[in-house]
Design a protein around this ligand. Structure first.
Ligand code: SF4
Length: 110
């Protein structure tokens, strides 16, 4: 094989490898985003939720332990967005409401 053919062959290989990597990242990345949104929601009737005083709407709790403005979206155990639902480390495999709250609320570190 001549040197030019070898170089062309390597270029083709690198293009295919790069394309495959991009495809793998896209295909592997999308389901991860979908999974977070697909987590079943925690309900207030859930035994763990009851034990922790979890409420779907932080503003509606009468628990004196809640400080003003505290909700799941600013808790260090929450890893979702500021609206909608997201995962909480205390409820593995389930989602909590970004505007929810429980007695384990711990402010995120700045
Ligand atoms: S630990 Fe934090 S994120 Fe989880 S339910 Fe309680 S307040 Fe919400």
């Amino acid at each position: 094989m001549s040197n030019e053919k070898e170089i062309e062959s390597r270029r083709r290989f690198l293009k295919v490898a790069a394309g495959t990597t991009v495809a793998a990242v896209v295909m592997g990345g999308l389901p991860r985003f979908a999974r977070a949104a697909d987590l079943p929601p925690v309900t207030e009737a859930d035994p763990t939720a009851k034990a922790l005083g979890y409420v779907e709407d932080a503003a509606k709790t009468t628990n004196p332990k809640r400080t003003a403005g505290a909700d799941c979206s600013n808790c260090q155990f929450y890893s979702g967005g500021s609206t909608g639902r997201g995962p909480c480390q205390l409820f593995p495999g389930k989602s909590v409401n970004a505007k929810g709250w429980c007695i384990s609320h711990t402010p995120k570190k700045a």
